[in-house]
Design a protein around this ligand. Structure first.
Ligand code: SF4
Length: 408
């Protein structure tokens, strides 16, 4: 099959899938409700906290500065990690990252994960399961995705495609919870909490992502609301952070700014928790001698992943996407995403940002076909907190596709 035919075949499959989704009333209703609620929430947050928009301008500039010199920042942050007792690894590819993590974890271990799109990007859960480990997603949405065998449908709200009834069915059938479809969400959440508490206590390793990481101190910022990331990063003997190199910022204050802007544009603001981690747990309470492994993890590992990001930082237009703080706002604003969720946009990331992230982490060619379904309405551009010209990048990909099929 030549290149054009295989792209056309992919496009036909995508369109067929979307037709099936359009006929799925439950899916359409669930994504519509989630998008609407998220839009209202973010609107209220920004009205009540006008200073967030100024902070977003600052984050935009901070990110631009880092992207212009990304390789140097990677070197600097790796040195900072070493200074504070963090074991750091730089992975060029997803397979290198998986191997590092596999060797830290070992086999037949109990692993708890807190939601991470980078872990999805490198197919980490499947890899760790294949090594013979027991792996639990602990974010409720991500747990539903794991149990239902689907993929995350939004960067911060992975289970938006499931209605309350479907979610309850999944938890009853796959997790053995004694719940009825008409039970309250409060009851369901309480039962999941009870179940996962036992899992947290027995876990050997916790794996998390990161929202931002600071060069000056090696501080790792993780934003969350459920409290699962606190347990994932605090209870097991080992904590592994897996994240992309674009999360680096120069200072700890910059990292806090990213966390605040990300949470405001995601909706729940201020978030219940902003975790700041700067090394394995330790104490110096006896004779002022530093000993690692107090109540928290004895070991802290960070796996920094490139997977196309450094190349993108030098690309004439793709470099803009690296400013993305993964708030997911552009997805909820997109009229196409509201009918497809992450089924459109790429194998991992979805919607407008997903197309562009696919070009970075997969290949430009694989993203070109996805760009064809973009309407060019520019709602994503208008709502992105760090003013990424999403539509211009998508337009670049459309032109690439036209070149591939010989239309210039
Ligand atoms: S592209 Fe902008 S709006 Fe979309 S997820 Fe990234 S930062 Fe948020």
């Amino acid at each position: 099959m030549n290149k054009t035919t295989s792209l056309e075949e992919e496009y036909r499959e995508l369109v067929k899938k979307i037709y099936r989704l359009l006929d799925d009333d439950e899916f359409q209703r669930a994504v519509k409700i989630a998008s609407y609620n998220a839009q209202i929430k973010v609107h209220e947050v920004l009205l009540k906290n006008p200073s967030i928009k100024e902070l977003a301008r600052e984050v935009e500039e901070i990110k631009k500065k880092v992207i212009r010199n990304l390789e140097q920042y990677v070197e600097d942050v790796l040195a900072s990690f070493k200074r504070v007792g963090i074991r750091a690894y730089y992975a060029e590819t997803p397979s290198e990252a998986r191997e590092y993590i596999g060797s830290i974890v070992g086999k037949e271990k109990k692993i708890v994960l807190s939601k991470s799109m980078v872990a999805e990007e490198i197919q980490l859960r499947r890899y760790l399961e294949d090594l013979g480990n027991q792996v639990w997603e602990t974010d409720l949405g991500e747990l539903l995705v794991q149990l239902s065998g689907t993929k995350p449908m939004h960067s911060i709200a992975p289970a938006i495609h499931l209605s309350k009834k479907s979610a309850i069915r999944v938890l009853r059938n796959k997790l053995g919870l004694v719940v009825d479809e008409d039970d309250s969400v409060e009851k369901v959440v309480a039962l999941v909490r009870e179940k996962l508490r036992k899992v947290f206590l027995k876990a050997d390793v916790g794996v998390s992502g990161a929202n931002s990481i600071a060069v000056d101190t090696g501080a790792i910022f993780i934003v969350e609301n459920e409290g699962n990331a606190r347990l994932v990063t605090g209870l097991p003997e080992k904590h592994i952070v897996v994240t992309g190199v674009e999360k680096i910022v120069p200072t700890t204050i910059d990292a806090l700014k990213v966390a605040l802007v990300q949470s405001a544009y995601a909706g729940p603001f201020p978030p219940s928790y902003i975790n700041i981690i700067t090394g394995p747990s330790s104490t110096a309470d006896i004779e002022h001698k530093r000993v690692y492994g107090a109540h928290g993890p004895r070991e802290l590992h960070v796996v920094l992943i490139n997977n196309g990001r450094i190349e993108a930082s030098k690309h004439s237009i793709l470099h803009n996407q690296l400013r993305c703080i993964r708030c997911g706002r552009c997805q909820f604003e997109c009229p196409v995403f509201r009918h497809t969720a992450n089924y459109w946009g790429g194998p991992v990331y979805g919607g407008p940002m997903g197309i562009n992230w696919t070009a970075i982490t997969n290949s430009i060619e694989s993203a070109t076909i996805l760009s064809l379904l973009c309407l060019g309405c520019r709602r994503c551009d208008a709502t992105c907190p760090v003013r990424i010209p999403l539509t211009d990048i998508i337009w670049y990909l459309k032109k690439k596709y036209m070149n591939t099929i010989g239309v210039t």
